[in-house]
Design a protein around this ligand. Structure first.
Ligand SMILES: [Mn+2]
Length: 316
């Protein structure tokens, strides 16, 4: 992580200063990315079909992330006896430019940013925005080695089209399944009403997708779930915050009861990082205006920092 000024005499407590992600250095020039991890905001929410507000997700997550930016060298975890994030060079690129009313242009601007991160050899970590922003993120991997997509979500997101709309927040995994560089999918936490219709489930399974609900995952246990994910792939991780239970993550557009708690997801991600490299991450659907305790944005920031920590322990 970045130097935070202890040597020069500034204490720089978490509530002091500018809210980049975890107070990492802001890089305005996307042709000069020199980092292991680059954070990109994608404050786009025209893909929603119910409550909007995820356009403020990147700001909310950045603000919450400062809680974890005390300026210590890395993050020591006494259970694992590992200091995560030590020496990991993280930068914040700010946000992709969003053009109101223009989904295609806004998505293109997000894809442009992710391509810049990949060209620099850094790990892209994209803050949504609604889940449609996963579509340009996956598009940006067209010139990369194939990826296996692992999704945490309440919803399958496999709608082909609705009234001609193909790039909304109910369709990203369907769009990903059409890409030749996406070789498989694992969809975790999928449950209950207001998700994709049966046709979408049939289609997803026909494409080779492995779909598990929260209850099925609890019955199987973490290790058995990990065993179902093909080993040694390059994983792309897409985390919809509504995969978590609304009791801990109320600040989202389409909450669904019966969701994950924190360690269920972190343990699966930590195990995934040991199975193969995680080469891209997005976290979507945080809508701070419904997040009256701030719990949702803190969950997002804490999970992302711990995910980045696990990725770089295992990937070097
Ligand atoms: Mn979703």
């Amino acid at each position: 992580m970045a130097a935070h000024g202890y040597d020069s005499g500034r204490l720089n407590l978490p509530f002091v200063g500018i809210s980049t992600f975890a107070k990492s250095p802001y890089v305005e020039n996307w042709d000069a990315i020199d980092a292991d991890v680059a954070i990109l905001g994608a404050p786009f929410d025209f893909g929603t079909q119910w409550r909007s507000g995820a356009r403020f997700g990147p700001r909310g997550i950045r603000e919450a992330s400062t809680l974890f930016a005390f300026g210590h060298a890395g993050a020591y975890d006494h259970e694992d006896d590992v200091t995560y994030l030590e020496g990991v060079r993280m930068v914040d690129l700010g946000d992709a430019d969003i053009v109101h009313t223009d989904t295609m242009k806004s998505h293109a601007n997000i894809e442009y940013g992710v391509r810049k991160i990949l060209a620099a050899g850094a790990l892209p970590v994209v803050l949504g925005g609604d889940h449609s922003i996963n579509i340009p993120c996956i598009n940006a991997f067209s010139e990369q080695e194939p990826i296996h997509v692992v999704q945490f979500d309440a919803h399958l997101d496999f709608v082909d089209e609705r009234h001609g709309v193909r790039f909304g927040h109910g369709s990203p995994l369907r769009r990903a399944s059409e890409k030749p560089w996406v070789t498989g999918m694992t969809q975790l936490g999928i449950r209950n009403v207001s998700s994709t219709a049966k046709e979408g489930y049939d289609y997803a399974r026909a494409q080779g997708s492995d779909i598990l609900s929260v209850r099925q995952i609890r019955k199987l246990g973490v290790d058995a779930v990990l065993e179902r994910i093909p080993a040694g792939k390059r994983y792309y991780l897409t985390i919809d915050i509504d995969g978590f239970d609304p009791s801990i993550a109320p600040g989202t557009g389409t909450p669904s009861h019966g969701g994950f708690i924190y360690y269920e997801v972190l343990e699966l991600i930590a195990g995934l990082a040991k199975r193969g490299p995680i080469v891209g991450v997005d976290l979507v659907e945080v809508a701070p205006d419904y997040d009256h305790t701030g719990s949702t944005a803190i969950l997002a920031a804490q999970l992302l920092l711990n995910t980045i920590g696990r990725i770089f322990i295992n990937n070097g």
